[in-house]
Ligand binder design. Structure first.
Ligand SMILES: [Zn+2]
Length: 163
């Protein structure tokens, strides 16, 4: 979303809860937390926050993000063709990592726990912080550096051909 859309959104929420609009500094801070959210979800988010809260949420950015997760969940179930939001923490919803184990570097893919825009059930949902805490190294830019797996039988038969 862009800042002007966010301001309109905040104005709506503040009016609903009869609360004074926040200072510009606060507004900017909030915007930084949620600007990756697509603006077409804002109507849904506003209604959700208004329905779920008796008063203005203590931590509005968190309330926005959790309402957005509900929005994404309902949409993921409804849609096949996904347009991925640009989340600063992942590549189209995936976080690519490596981890050393038994002297080898293994590659693991996670679903981003910040934007939660993927529904591949086999992949765990984790935030980058959780992932790093668990000892994985996040690959910058998410570039898939993994070579295709070597098929031993294929190598053997190639060698036979050469010999
Ligand atoms: Zn993400």
């Amino acid at each position: 979303m862009i800042e002007s859309e966010f301001k309109v959104f905040i104005k709506g929420i503040c009016n609903y809860f009869e609360r004074k609009r926040p200072q510009d500094d606060t507004l900017e801070l909030w915007f930084d937390c949620v600007k990756w959210i697509k603006s077409d979800s804002l109507d849904f988010i506003q209604k959700k926050i208004q329905n779920n809260n008796d008063t203005f949420p203590k931590n509005l950015p968190n309330a926005i993000i959790s309402a957005y997760h509900v929005f994404m969940d309902s949409r993921l179930n409804a849609e096949e063709d996904q347009v991925y939001v640009e989340c600063p923490h992942c590549l189209e919803g995936f976080i690519y990592t490596t981890k050393k184990a038994w002297g080898m570097n293994y590659h693991f893919t996670f679903r981003c726990g910040v934007c939660r825009q993927r529904n591949e059930k086999g992949l765990p949902i984790k935030t980058p912080w959780e992932i790093e805490q668990a000892g994985y190294d996040i690959i910058d830019g998410g570039v898939e550096v993994l070579a295709p797996p070597v098929d031993k039988n294929r190598v053997v038969s190639l060698l036979k051909e050469i010999v």
